[in-house]
Ligand binder design. Structure first.
Ligand code: RIB
Length: 278
């Protein structure tokens, strides 16, 4: 069994199902509100765990009741939380999410304690996954210190030290993020996976197309956490030694499955779920 280390965010998601996403300045009423554990780091940690890896999460939460709710499914899923820290002053991160009937969403994050995450002790693992809801300096620092397979999910799009790009064995971006980073992604000498929602994903190295894959058809109702599932699944599959094409198909199926259930962490598929869909 592979051991995956995830360094990233923990949020509590306030998710409103709406008849349509509001335009700027518009109010849309009639929504139904639910609360789910979320945060890109936490979602990726639990996704990797449900896909069969041993997982350690390094994260920062507030000294508040929100933290207990946000960490509940990670605890239940036996993700190792021994390296998570409690910030004495900042609150646990929160995400405000609107979800349309098509499954599309808008997300606004108030990072709270996530913005203060630093990492002293870095446990050994087969792979490290980071995203950008925690400080870029922290990601650059641990990328330089970690010796195994390093996956950088460059979400949300933000300025990042070029050393992260050159160190990464795998970069994961969606098409919006890929456009935002543009030519700067050429600094990456490893694999670059670009996702295109229901249209699938592609895997490139040094600009050369290695593989494309399309997800199986599913009834998507909420895309929250689908990108996180894809990132975790692709990393788990590559670390297990799957071929680039096999790993991409596995990750696309996992991401698709995550769109069929409401909420980020409740929707993360097990290995069995993904294999059944493939
Ligand atoms: O990627 C989905 C996640 O983004 C949500 O769970 C939300 O917390 C935001 O971090």
């Amino acid at each position: 069994m592979s051991h995956i280390l995830v360094v990233g965010s923990v949020n509590l998601d306030f998710s409103a199902s709406v008849s349509r996403l509001p335009a700027a300045g518009e109010t849309v009423t009639g929504a139904t509100l639910e609360r789910f554990p979320g945060g890109k780091g936490a979602n990726q940690a639990l996704a990797a765990r449900r896909l069969g890896a041993d997982v350690t999460l390094i994260a920062s939460v507030g000294d508040d009741a929100t933290a207990g709710e946000a960490l509940a499914l990670l605890r239940e899923g036996q993700v190792d939380l021994a390296h998570c820290v409690v910030h004495p002053a900042a609150p646990t991160g929160v995400a405000l999410i609107s979800v349309a009937p098509s499954g599309e969403n808008h997300i606004v994050v108030a990072p709270g304690a996530n913005a203060a995450l630093t990492v002293d002790e870095l446990p050994d693992a087969d792979a490290l996954i980071c995203q950008l809801e925690v400080p870029g300096d922290t990601v650059a620092d641990i990328a330089g210190r970690f010796e195994g397979f390093f996956c950088a999910n460059l979400a949300p799009a933000t300025e990042i030290d070029v050393a992260v790009l050159t160190r990464a064995d795998l970069i994961v971006v969606n098409e919006t993020e890929a456009a935002w980073y543009g030519d700067s992604l050429r600094a990456c000498g490893g694999l670059i996976a670009t996702t295109h929602g229901a249209a699938g994903a592609e895997l490139r190295k040094d600009g050369e197309l290695l593989a494309t894959a399309r997800p199986p058809a599913v009834d998507a109702i909420d895309s929250t956490g689908a990108g996180d599932t894809f990132t975790a699944a692709l990393t788990v599959a590559l670390v297990e030694g799957m071929s680039p094409r096999g790993a991409l198909e596995f990750a696309c199926a996992a991401g698709a499955k995550a769109t069929t259930i409401r909420g980020a962490q409740p929707s993360l598929p097990t290995r069995k779920d993904v294999e059944a869909l493939l």
